[in-house]
Design a protein around this ligand. Structure first.
Ligand code: MRU
Length: 362
């Protein structure tokens, strides 16, 4: 059932085929991306979106910039790889998977160049690395699905915000993965999807995905979430993340923090589902996460209809930060981080090889 959000097509040279998400649900169309600039544009426009999917797209994007070129030597190759990585990294600032994937690609090229490989071998190495980033992401989604599904019981009713499903990853999703796995296990779930203003990822994408999977989904306006909780309609909240600070603060789509505040008020557990590639060990707390601000037109002229007077001031942050102490748990591919804090996040990062092992006591 799962959707193939993006794929590398052909060998070397090849191109990226991705679902044009700006058109969903009214049109299911795929587009071909053949240059770095086209990939930067696709990421900025949200044709491809969601933190893990952006990481995979950027890794493939780097190949697009290198595959047809002639290089003087390995140093020349490396210089141009770094240049393409910088361009791709400028597409969006918040989802750390973008930078994580680009850093991993450039580090691979640096290692191979230091080992004296030819330009052709450097390119072959990057192909392998990009494919690995993609397939590891799919595998991690499945693992998070299994870990998260253990938190679910038959008949539960869940709330999700934005889209953290297959369309946001190279696999079955993050926040939606536990729902898919629970569905496979025969559990019956009810999912409420927040519409997610202003770009309606919940209305356009999450409902589309869950409907296709045969999962009972009900769309609500963002401002109906409080009432849904007050009326006892929600047993747990599951959301994805774009960047998680070392102390467990969670950055996700604007409106997520509001949902967390509501969940706390109503005693409802608030879970985050994210791979370790979404953690940023260099950022100690959520206040240091760069928050993307997008164009006013997304708010006043969304989808071509003017809904506010011309010239009105608009503030349009795309993400917000939920403090760690409001999070019941973060589901990762290495297990559940219960009530996340600095020590527990560091322990998970060590387990997943994203931090070196702590020195043992004397
Ligand atoms: O602006 P978007 O649509 O890229 O925002 C996406 C989200 O906020 C998702 O919840 C997040 O990336 C996690 S996706 C697995």
């Amino acid at each position: 059932m799962h959707v193939e959000t993006l794929a590398w097509v052909g060998g070397r040279p090849g191109f990226v085929r991705l679902i044009e998400q700006t058109l969903l649900p009214r049109e299911e169309r795929e587009v071909e991306i053949r240059t770095v600039d086209e990939m930067v544009d696709a990421i900025y426009r949200l044709a491809v979106r969601g933190a893990p999917a952006i990481g995979v797209a950027a890794a493939y994007g780097l190949l697009l910039g290198l595959q047809d070129q002639e290089f003087e030597d390995g140093a020349d190759f490396l210089g141009r790889a770094r240049e393409s990585a910088a361009r791709l990294g400028s597409a969006r600032p918040t989802a750390v998977n973008l930078f994580w994937a680009l850093d991993r690609m450039v580090a691979r090229a640096e290692r191979d160049q230091a080992a004296g490989k030819t330009s052709d071998e450097l390119l072959a190495g990057l192909f392998e690395e990009a494919k690995n980033i993609h397939s590891e992401d799919a595998h991690q989604c499945r693992r998070m699905g299994e870990v998260g599904a253990d938190l679910l019981r038959d008949g539960m009713s869940l709330l999700t915000h934005c889209n953290a499903g297959a369309l946001a990853t190279g696999g079955m999703g993050t926040a939606l993965a536990p729902m898919y796995v629970a569905h496979e296990r025969g559990l019956s779930l009810k999912v409420f999807a927040d519409e997610t203003r202003p770009l309606l990822q919940g209305a356009r994408l999450t409902t589309w995905e869950l409907q296709r999977a045969g999962i009972d989904v009900t769309l609500i306006c963002d401002n109906a979430a409080a009432t849904a909780m007050q009326q006892g309609k929600i047993d747990a909240v599951f959301v994805g993340s774009d960047r998680i600070a070392r102390n467990g603060d969670v950055c996700n789509k604007i409106g997520t923090y509001g949902v967390a505040v509501l969940a706390r008020q109503h005693g409802i557990p608030f879970y985050v589902v994210a791979p370790l590639s979404t953690f940023d060990p260099d950022i100690r707390s959520g206040k240091d996460i760069p928050i993307e601000e997008r164009s006013p037109e997304e708010v006043t002229l969304g989808f071509g209809t003017r809904t506010a007077p011309e010239g009105v001031s608009v503030w349009n942050p795309a993400f917000d930060v939920t403090p760690a102490d409001m999070v019941a748990g973060i589901v990762t591919e290495v297990g559940l981080i219960e009530r996340p804090n600095l020590a527990r996040v560091e322990e998970a990062l060590r387990k997943g090889g994203r931090l070196p092992e702590a020195p043992t006591g004397t």
